[in-house]
Design a binder for this molecule. Structure first.
Ligand SMILES: *Cc1c(COP(=O)(O)O)cnc(C)c1O
Length: 431
């Protein structure tokens, strides 16, 4: 293994962090397509099982290929460690379930991805975990009022999918820390190329790597990143981290692993028992996407801003939402926390409501109708009839998603072709 010269530049880390070939080793990160690993003595194997020594023994719990990609993503976010998961949903669930159990309480922004909303509001409720949702516009006092003595985390998205609201990190982290709980941020939309939540007070970051990180719509995946900065002992609210784990012969994570306690427990306990592991092949594909992430994000941001400006000046368009537009109520927060841009997603409503929206969608030729977002190719979706269809009208409104909202994920094709496609589809939406 060769050392990476010290750098904080995301462009360099995306290509050079993680796999560091030594003399005569492959230039490109290899795939360890093996479920298990050889040891000469059962004694050493026992030490691995006891977490007394680091090493790989079974791919559900760790694999060199995954490890290289986890190290790269931890470096990108400025964290102490990371764990890949089979999907973004698995990452959000494990990130939160690593802190809460039956009888505990979560405070979450109401403007979050539909799948995450359902996970918290319905599925985790069945496990005895209650969630109180607060709108992203809520004041610090209003968020604080949602906290209970048994609240164990505050969860929000850095840029919300699909309503594109930008997190007020100072407000969120102040409230969370005043209550002795960590701030968990889903950073899927900006990616660390545009925003690093740990620099703004977040403690844990999750991603759906299915989106921009892969960027080519080829692998589902997720990741949890630990800043290593939250003081679990001082908080006194996390016996799962600071008291003996009966499933590990009484091991105390904070004593044994110090600042890495959270991410080690996520792997040793939750990944062991719930098994939502990413595969080595998926991690390999994800890594290819990560190599060009900063370049792609730069182009996504530039194209999205051009599309947003075009739509804002188009007579067929009722409204446009993109945090890069000065007309956005989130423009100032975007400038503060994401000066290089927020993401490549633009949402808008076409005049003529639902019917015109459908007509426009069906008339796009370059842009594809997909249950996907954050892909290199331009794609679009009508959330109210697809990803968010399990939400009631009130829940839709709380999530900041009008029924006529079209979510346009602007790709990295030539901008003239994207604008021409939109222009012809907007014209047809009037017919
Ligand atoms: C897609 C998405 C998820 C869920 O990720 P999957 O990989 O589809 O499971 C979570 N959060 C955000 C912001 C997303 O866009």
């Amino acid at each position: 293994m060769s050392q990476l010269p010290p750098t904080d530049h995301i462009e360099t880390l995306c290509l050079q962090a993680g796999w560091r070939p030594g003399n005569g080793e492959p230039h490109v990160m290899p795939i360890y397509q093996s479920t298990t690993f050889h040891y000469d003595s059962s004694e050493q194997m026992a030490r691995l099982f006891d977490l007394a020594e680091p090493g790989f023994f079974y791919t559900r719990l760790g694999n060199p290929t995954l490890d290289y990609v986890e190290k790269k993503i931890a470096a990108l976010e400025g964290g102490i460690g990371a764990m890949l998961t089979s999907s973004g949903q698995a990452a959000s669930f494990l990130a939160v379930f690593n802190l809460l159990g039956a009888g505990d309480h979560l405070v979450a922004s109401s403007a979050i991805y539909g799948g995450t909303f359902n996970l918290f509001a319905v599925t985790m409720k069945r496990m005895g975990i209650e969630t109180t949702f607060v709108p992203p516009s809520a004041s610090a006092d209003e968020i604080a009022a949602a906290f209970r003595p048994n609240t164990r985390a505050l969860f929000a998205e850095s840029v919300t999918n699909p309503s594109l609201e930008v997190a007020d990190f100072a407000k969120l982290s102040t409230v969370a820390h005043a209550h002795g709980v960590p701030l968990v941020i889903d950073n899927t939309f900006p990616t660390p190329a545009l925003c690093r939540p740990f620099e703004h007070g977040a403690d844990i970051v999750v991603h759906s790597t299915t989106k921009y990180m892969d960027g080519h719509a080829q692998t589902t995946g997720g990741v949890i990143v630990d800043s290593g900065r939250f003081d679990w002992k001082a908080s006194g609210k996390y016996p799962g981290l600071t008291e003996p784990d009966p499933s590990y012969h009484g091991l105390v994570y904070t004593d044994a692993f110090g600042p890495s306690a959270y991410i080690v427990k996520a792997r040793a306990q939750l990944m062991r028992d719930l098994g939502t592991a990413q595969t080595p092949l998926a991690a390999y594909v994800l890594n290819l996407g990560l190599e060009t992430l900063p370049l792609r994000m730069e182009r996504h941001v530039r194209n999205a801003l051009a599309v947003a400006e075009f739509l804002e000046n188009h007579p067929r368009v009722a409204w446009v939402n993109h945090p890069g537009l000065p007309s956005s109520p989130y423009h100032a927060l975007a400038q503060k926390y994401m000066p290089r841009g927020t993401c490549g997603v633009v949402s808008f409503g076409v005049k003529g409501g639902r019917a015109a929206a459908t007509k426009l969608m069906d008339s796009m030729r370059l842009g594809a109708i997909l249950t996907h977002v954050a892909d290199a190719r331009t794609c679009l979706l009508h959330p109210a009839s697809t990803t968010h269809r399990q939400l009631t009208d009130e829940q839709l409104a709380a999530a900041g998603i009008p029924a006529d909202l079209i979510r346009l994920s602007v790709g990295i094709e030539h901008i003239d072709d994207i604008l021409a496609d939109l222009a012809q589809a907007l014209e047809k939406s009037a017919q």
